[in-house]
Ligand binder design. Structure first.
Ligand code: ATP
Length: 305
């Protein structure tokens, strides 16, 4: 389990992480979401002692990282796949990590095989593709067979096979009872991978709930309809009890009416329909609504759903 208590990190007069309290439970994949600059990486770095908190604390299994004799056996992390000496082979890199944490040499070959790098163990890490470096980083996280694992954007640079592999790996680590804490910007992938979500914005907690609850709290199922006479159609749909939102241009999002009903109302009103379809409730839409006010860099108008 990972416990964050009032965790705060200031850089100058700016709080990158701002009084964050959270428990990341064992036996689940917990997705860690938030816009760019929300403080996800900084939070993870504090858990493994790479950044020192300005206030509060981050504990793994009730202890601080600095108090652990063999930290890699308790918490493994993929934080920056580029942080490998380019002149070292994959094997040499992992052997050095193993030695400093009292981990048997044989475990190095084991984790290299687990991540699919067994054919390139002697090759210098500097020649690796981004996907291979991600795999090497994951091997490093798994090296000490820890009960707690953190992955910062693990599918970055991976091809579709690699993405599915990471998803299965996360699920199986959680099924073994481990704590799996993973950040990602890919909402559809996260929806398939995580059981639970912690969402932050500007360093503060916005949501800490099971995936199903986060999605249910979002805009939910809706009907998407596009018409050159969207204004007229919106009036008719509202009169029939629909909650109508203008989604930019000719498009409307309608909640509370079935797709067939929307089609019939348009027909009765003599309004042309260019597109009509159901929109499934998704993490992406729920996330957009949750974080809308916390996005630091981004377009502001005309993107609404
Ligand atoms: N060493 C540093 N010095 C100064 N500011 C920093 C430092 N590290 C991070 N920050 C700032 O802290 C804030 C949080 O950054 P962080 O990388 O933790 O966000 P993130 O949620 O991981 O973002 P992304 O999704 O883009 O990776 C940002 O505004 C960033 O510029």
């Amino acid at each position: 389990m990972i416990t964050l208590r009032g965790l705060t990190k200031r850089f100058g007069d700016r709080a990158a992480v701002d009084g964050l309290s959270l428990e990341v439970a064992a036996g689940k994949v917990t997705g860690f979401l938030g816009p760019n600059g929300a403080g996800k990486s900084t939070t993870m770095r504090m858990v493994v002692g790479l950044d020192r908190p300005s206030a509060g604390e981050a504990l793994v299994g009730g202890r601080r990282y600095g108090e652990m004799r063999h930290p890699l056996r308790e918490v493994g992390a993929l934080l920056d796949a580029g942080a490998v000496h380019p002149g070292r082979s994959a094997r040499a890199h992992l052997l050095a990590m193993a030695r400093s944490n009292g981990i048997a040499r044989g475990r190095v070959e084991e984790v290299l095989a687990m991540v699919g790098l067994e054919a390139v163990t002697g090759r210098r890490a500097g020649t690796f593709s981004l996907g291979m470096r991600q795999r090497l980083g994951i091997a490093g996280a798994l090296l000490g067979d820890p009960g707690v694992l953190m992955f910062d954007e693990p599918v970055n640079g991976l091809d579709p096979d690699g993405v599915v592999w990471v998803r299965r790996l996360m699920r199986s680590l959680a099924a073994q009872g481990r704590t799996v804490f993973v950040s990602s910007h890919l909402m559809s992938e996260m929806q398939l991978t995580a059981d639970h979500l912690a969402v932050i914005g500007k360093g503060r907690l916005l949501a800490d709930a099971p995936m199903a609850e986060v999605i249910a709290a979002g805009p939910g199922n809706a009907v998407r309809v596009r018409s050159p006479r969207a204004q007229v159609l919106a009036g008719r749909l509202a009169a029939a009890g629909g909650q109508v939102r203008h989604a930019g241009g000719e498009e409307l999002r309608v909640a509370g009416l079935a797709v067939e009903r929307v089609g019939l109302i348009a027909f009765e009103a003599g309004v042309p329909v260019l597109e009509l379809g159901a929109v499934q409730a998704s993490l992406e839409e729920a996330y957009m609504e949750l974080t809308g006010a916390s996005v630091e860099y981004g377009a502001t108008a005309g993107t609404g759903v």
